[in-house]
Design a protein around this ligand. Sequence first.
Ligand SMILES: [Zn+2]
Length: 177
Amino acid sequence: MRKVWRPVKGVKFCDLNTEFTLVEFEDTRDKIKVMREGPWLFDKHLVLLKEFDGRLQIGKIELVHAPFWVRLHDLPLMACNEYIGRLVGGALGEVLEVDLDKAEMEWGEYMRVKVLINIFKPLLRRKRMIVEDGVSCWVHFSYERLPDLCFHCGILGHTLKECEAIDANQVDSQRLP
Ligand SMILES: [Zn+2]
């Protein structure tokens, strides 16, 4: 992770078990930057960060939500503002930030919002939005730095081939020309 994070000062890693690793940053500014820019990928696996809480036992540590930068595609041009970003992003989870400093070139293509997402629930790919009386449109979502995502059940951490929610016959019939 050091190569990806490129911290100014030192970082120490200590594996607590197979799931959790304790990360110590020598400089708080490095920690803030790494926490803010996450989640990260390591060898195609999702790396989630959580503030250290020394009172917890290791078995009690829970990681259910992760902040993701989500791109909102196909928004009506008039809807590219913070209010709409929070409203539409709110359909995915708690909105932490709306990126309004995007380069001018990208304006109109998509809007970025940082959302706290429940990683155990299927990820929403699109949502219908009412623009004006009776007029609606589909807004599409794409997730930045997304690791393996199953396109059958929409849940992170496994691919379509490894999905347990899909039965073998279904996969076979999908392979037929
Ligand atoms: Zn699946």
